[in-house]
Ligand binder design. Structure first.
Ligand SMILES: [Zn+2]
Length: 168
């Protein structure tokens, strides 16, 4: 009986994943910046490619952006679209750069089941590259959200410097 329950549970998880994939395909959107994976591979470093295009995760406490609190803008390391204002950064203690909100309309939410349960994946709304995940344990005084972002996915542009043009 226990085995049967296990089989049913596994089947349910597989079905959920299949369903999720179908839904993603049905609603696949057109991004402003579209490149083939071969083109991305050429433009990005191996680590950037792994994180941005294959939804990898950098090791915690490795990004120099963890300790970057100067005023400025964080742009997508793939297409250079502005994603975060450094004013919205906070120290989450997790070892990943954390923000309580994105620049409005610039970051897309998606669902991923990689760990076997639903998590909110954050992607660049301009090129669809993976940035990190959103959690509900952010600062309660502001949004309550924690955008847990791979530093490798972001480039910091200090205030006063021109933002780069979108890499099309
Ligand atoms: Zn992008």
């Amino acid at each position: 009986m226990k085995n049967l329950i296990y089989v049913v549970a596994v089947f349910a998880i597989i079905s959920c994943n299949t369903k999720a994939q179908e839904t993603t395909e049905e609603t696949a959107k057109e991004y402003t910046v579209v490149k083939s994976e071969a083109e991305w591979k050429e433009l990005l470093s191996a680590q950037e490619y792994n994180i941005l295009r294959q939804a990898g995760t950098e090791r915690p406490f490795t990004s120099p952006l963890n300790k970057e609190y100067k005023p400025g803008t964080l742009v997508c390391a793939a297409c250079y679209a502005p994603l975060y204002d450094n004013l919205n950064k906070f120290d989450s203690g997790t070892g990943w750069p954390s923000y309580d909100r994105a620049i409005e309309g610039q970051v897309e939410r998606d669902v991923d089941y990689k760990l076997g349960y639903a998590r909110t994946e954050l992607k660049c709304n301009t090129c669809g590259s993976h940035l990190g995940h959103e959690f509900n344990d952010g600062p309660r005084k502001t949004t309550g959200k924690r955008h847990c972002i791979n530093g490798v996915a972001l480039n910091f542009i200090p205030e006063g410097e021109d933002l780069p043009a979108i890499r099309k």
